[in-house]
Design a protein around this ligand. Structure first.
Ligand SMILES: [Zn+2]
Length: 214
């Protein structure tokens, strides 16, 4: 599919660029609110959950810094045809599929929106891989830590406590992990939201440039 950035109508470009007025926290809340099972949670609770997931992801990136990736990255085409799929982690073989057409689309979009100081050249691919590495680390042995960090206690018997999962929190954490690992000026949540809006403008597509786990 030949979708390239660089031809956004001015009104669309201004509208999409205005996403940057929202804080990374607000974009995390937006992601959580759009994830099924979170509809009934209050704005305050979602804000708290977003911040907790962000702190968890950033701290995990600090601990994982310099460690071998332990994942295989395979480059593919065809991400735009799948609604703007950027990368996908397969937990069975610890493999990341990286969709280079979506990477290129996002890189061009960064230029078009004037966001290069936040997302340096080449950082889209680096951030996508780091995002998936976060999913890998959480999947392998940090899922309980993430639940504990979110603090949603579902059971307490004496000193024993069990924490529940929060849909979408792993996504917020993975974006924070990537932002910290790649030293981005803003969370990839912002670029993902912009790419979603840009693709919707061109194709009428409803699905976001995103990452996917299976
Ligand atoms: Zn993800």
């Amino acid at each position: 599919m030949s979708i390239t950035a660089g031809v956004l109508p001015a009104a669309d470009r201004r509208r999409i660029a205005a996403l940057a007025d929202r804080s990374d926290d607000a974009l995390g809340v937006r992601l959580l609110r759009g994830t099924p099972t979170n509809e009934a949670r209050s704005e305050e609770h979602l804000t708290d959950l977003s911040r907790r997931a962000t702190s968890f992801g950033a701290a995990l990136a600090d601990r994982a810094s310099g460690a071998p990736a332990a994942i295989t990255v395979v480059e593919r085409d065809g991400g735009l045809a799948q609604g703007g799929l950027l990368a996908r982690y397969g937990s069975r073989e610890h493999r990341v599929e990286l969709f280079t057409d979506t990477v290129d689309f996002c890189e061009h979009l960064v230029d078009e929106l004037g966001w290069r100081s936040w997302f340096p050249a080449g950082s889209v691919q680096a951030a996508a891989v780091e995002h998936e590495r976060a999913h890998h680390l959480v999947t392998v042995d940090r899922s309980r830590d993430l639940r504990a960090a979110l603090g949603l206690e579902v059971l307490r018997i004496g000193r024993f406590r069990r924490f529940g999962t929060v849909a979408g929190a792993d996504e917020v954490a993975a974006h924070a992990f990537a932002a910290r690992s790649v030293r981005l000026g803003r969370s990839p949540l912002l670029l993902t939201a912009a790419a979603q809006a840009a693709l919707a403008t061109r194709t009428g597509a409803r699905r976001a440039p995103t990452t996917r786990e299976n």
